[in-house]
Design a protein around this ligand. Structure first.
Ligand SMILES: [Zn+2]
Length: 429
C-alpha cells in the first residue's frame, strides 16, 4: 500500500494509516524511512535444528550413506553426540544470525545433544534472548541412547516448559515437548512422555519422514506411525508433526481430525532422497501445513522456491503447487502456527499484531499487486534484498548491518567450537 505508514508502540503495531496523518499525530517519533522498499511480516521457520549447522563442510565418515537410516547413523547421530555446551551455544548463535540476515524472525527449534542434555535448552534460550529473535524450543527424546538418556531428555523438556510456563508474557521464547521419531521411541517412553506433559502443551516430532518409520512401526507394533502416536495422544492442536512424507489416507484423516500441525521441508526431503510429502492433498483435507527448513539455511524464500519447483518435478505436472499455494503454507499457515504457539498475533501486518517486520529492497519490473505478489516472491525476491529486520519492535538489522550481535566474534567462536566437534565426531569411528 503506497503512501501508508505503520506506527510501532513498544513491541506491537499500533496504527496503520496514511503517512502524512501519522506524521502529523506523532511528529517526535523515531522514523524508519522505507524509501520505496516493501514492508512485509518477518518470515517464520516452523521446524529447524540449530545443532546441525556444524555439519557444514564436514566429511562424512566412510562410504557415502546410501539411505536415510545410514544418514542418521553416519552423520546426525555421531554429530549430535559430539556437542558440548559451547557448541550448543555457538551453533544456535550462527543460525540466529543467519535468520536475522534473511528476515526470518520466528523459529521452531528441535534440539539434540545426548552428551550435554541437562541445561542444553537454557543455553539455547540464552542465545535466543541475546539475538532478539522469537523461538520455540524443545529437546529430542529418543531411546537410542538408553533409558537414562531418554529420561534426561524428558526432564529437560519438562524443566523448560515449567520454567517458561508462567514467564512467557513477553512471547519471545516458548517450549514444546520434543520427540525424535516413532522409529527410535519405545511404547514405554511414549507412554511416559504422554503422562508427564503438562496440560495445554504439545509435542514436536518427526513423522514418517522415511519409509523405515512406517516399516518398523508395522513390524514391531503392528500399527502405522500416526495411529501409534495417536494411541499415546501425541497428536492434537498443540503438537507439530514434521515431514509426513509416507502417510496413508487413514493417517491423513487422523492428523486432520486431531487438528495436528504438519510441517513441510522440501529441501531436506530432496537432500535425504526420502520422497515428497503429498502436501496438496493434505491441504485439501484441511490440515494446517506449515514450512520449516530442517536445518538448511534460514533464507526461507529458498525453501519457498524449492517447494514451488519440487512438487512440479516430483509429479511431472507444471500445474502442481502454485506460488499462491506456497504462500498459503509458508506465510499464512506459519503465521497461524506462530500466533497459536506464542499466544500473540505474529506474521501479519495488522493493528495489534506483534511488530516483527522486514524491509525488502525489491524494485518490480512488472505490475505488482496482492494477487500476483506470490509469483513476484518466487521469481523475483532474493534474501539479500532484506535490508531491515525488526522483531518485537526492536531493529536487529538496519541497512543490512546487525545492530545487536558482533557477527565476527560469533563466527570466530563457531570456528573454534566446530573444529572440536569435528574431532570428536571422527573419534567415534
Ligand atoms: Zn528435523
Amino acid at each position: 500500500m503506497d503512501g501508508y505508514a505503520v506506527r510501532i508502540n513498544k513491541n506491537f503495531i499500533e496504527k496503520i494509516e496514511k503517512e502524512e496523518r501519522l506524521l502529523e499525530q506523532y511528529p517526535s517519533d523515531e522514523k524508519i524511512n522505507a524509501n520505496g522498499q516493501i514492508l512485509m511480516p518477518g518470515l517464520i521457520c516452523a521446524h529447524t535444528h540449530f545443532y546441525g549447522v556444524f555439519s557444514r563442510g564436514m566429511a562424512i565418515h566412510g562410504e557415502a550413506p546410501a539411505n536415510f537410516l545410514e544418514i542418521l547413523k553416519k552423520l546426525w547421530w555421531p554429530l549430535d553426540q559430539s556437542l558440548h555446551e559451547e557448541d550448543v551455544y555457538y551453533s544456535a548463535m550462527v543460525c540466529l544470525i543467519d535468520a536475522i540476515k534473511h528476515g526470518t524472525t520466528t523459529v521452531f527449534d528441535h534440539h539434540a545433544s545426548p552428551n550435554f542434555i541437562d541445561g542444553s535448552l537454557d543455553v539455547i534460550e540464552n542465545a535466543v534472548r541475546k539475538s532478539g529473535l522469537r523461538a520455540s524450543l524443545c529437546y529430542e527424546v529418543t531411546d537410542r541412547g538408553g533409558t537414562e538418556k531418554a529420561d534426561a531428555g524428558i526432564r529437560e523438556n519438562l524443566r523448560m516448559i515449567q520454567k517458561l510456563g508462567g514467564k512467557n508474557e513477553d512471547r519471545m521464547v516458548t517450549a514444546s515437548f520434543g520427540l525424535h521419531a516413532g522409529v527410535t521411541l519405545s511404547d514405554k517412553t511414549l507412554e511416559k512422555c504422554a503422562e508427564v506433559i503438562p496440560e495445554g502443551h504439545g509435542f514436536h516430532i518427526h513423522v514418517a519422514e522415511d519409509k523405515i518409520d512406517q516399516k518398523e512401526s508395522e513390524k514391531r507394533y503392528d500399527v502405522n506411525v500416526v495411529a501409534r502416536l495417536n494411541q499415546f495422544k501425541i497428536t492434537g492442536d498443540n503438537s507439530i508433526f514434521v515431514h509426513g512424507v509416507h502417510l496413508s489416507d487413514d493417517e491423513i484423516d487422523t492428523i486432520h481430525q486431531t487438528g495436528t500441525w504438519l510441517t513441510h521441508q522440501p529441501r531436506s526431503n530432496m537432500n535425504n532422497a526420502v520422497g515428497m510429502a503429498n502436501v496438496e492433498k493434505m491441504v485439501q483435507r484441511g490440515i494446517p501445513i506449515c514450512m520449516g527448513n530442517d536445518g538448511f539455511s534460514f533464507s526461507m524464500w529458498d525453501e519457498w522456491r524449492t517447494c514451488y519447483l519440487a512438487h512440479k518435478m516430483w509429479n511431472q505436472d507444471p500445474r502442481r503447487m502454485g506460488a499462491d499455494q506456497v504462500v498459503d503454507i509458508a506465510a499464512y499457515n506459519n503465521a497461524r502456527m506462530a500466533t497459536k504457539f506464542f499466544n500473540g498475533k505474529i506474521g501479519v501486518i495488522q493493528e495489534g499484531a506483534l511488530a516483527d517486520l522486514i524491509l525488502v529492497d525489491y524494485i518490480p519490473i512488472t505490475s505488482i499487486h496482492a494477487d500476483n505478489l506470490p509469483w513476484h516472491i518466487i521469481f523475483g525476491f532474493r534474501d539479500s534484498m532484506v535490508t531491515m529486520t525488526m522483531v518485537n519492535g526492536k531493529v536487529l538489522m538496519r541497512d543490512r548491518k546487525l545492530t545487536e550481535i558482533n557477527e565476527h566474534e560469533v563466527c570466530e567462536g563457531a570456528q573454534r567450537s566446530s573444529a572440536a566437534v569435528w574431532e570428536r565426531y571422527k573419534k567415534q569411528f
